[in-house]
Design a protein around this ligand. Sequence first.
Ligand SMILES: [Zn+2]
Length: 190
Amino acid sequence: MITEEKVKKFFNQMRRDYDIAIFDLQDLGRVLSSAMFDDIARKISRGNDTKIEEWLKTHSVSIPGAIWLCFEIGEGTEDELIEQIITLGHELNHTEQWRDYKAFFAIAYAVSRNFRAWAEARAMHSDLELSYAFNRNPNIYWLTRNLKNYRLEEKHIRVVSKHLRVYNHIAETGARGNGVARHICDYWGI
Ligand SMILES: [Zn+2]
């Protein structure tokens, strides 16, 4: 049983395990006044007509050392709570990508859509594995649709989908190839 209390505890543990700041909808004001979040949200959402504030209310995003989540941690139905756990897993993959590639990641992610497609496919590997672990059937179509709001075009989304179909064949066997997904499954004992 996934309860609000347990999910809040889980998020606090992940903050410690990954040494990362995690902001949620309650911190919107603080995040909007952060120059770095503003810069990255603008780069990613460019081409979207929506204002940064509106974009942040519906999209999660990672910057070096911090994650923005577009929901209130530990609030919602069991389905929504599982969705929150999977979303955190996705963003923690980006945290690791930031750490692995450092400044290169910032430039490549902002400038190269091919690089971003690759980074998203890797992070979504975690979405797939966690979905199966929580007895959810992942939907590659819906997973990748959202990428349009992160400035990826159809051709990049097709590349991500191809990667995901391969990852999916492995994930549906119950294999845990993604380090973050494995860590989260260990936490929940699943
Ligand atoms: Zn992502």
